[in-house]
Design a protein around this ligand. Sequence first.
Ligand SMILES: [Zn+2]
Length: 104
Amino acid sequence: MPEDPFGPRRGSKKRRVAVRTPGGRTVYHYRHKIHGRARCARCGRPLTGTRTGPRSVMAKLAKSEKRPNRPYGGYLCSKCLRELMVTRAISLGWAKLSPAGGLA
Ligand SMILES: [Zn+2]
């Protein structure tokens, strides 16, 4: 796909598809936008339990269908949240780490 990296569509996420017309020209047809998956703000892994799509689809979903219903749901992955909670509990003196690595 030859495209000027500094052209007007730089950074556009619209999908371009090359189509050969009956007259022999090659033209670009623009398809739906590409939607990226939500990612964890700490480790960058894709978040589970989240949905993505065009606004028309997302607007029809319930809030609980878009992200997990827990603190930092849809922002941190479960692993990072667990680590955050454990570190916070230890620093506040609410819990101690057991020799096995879990909470005592
Ligand atoms: Zn994470």
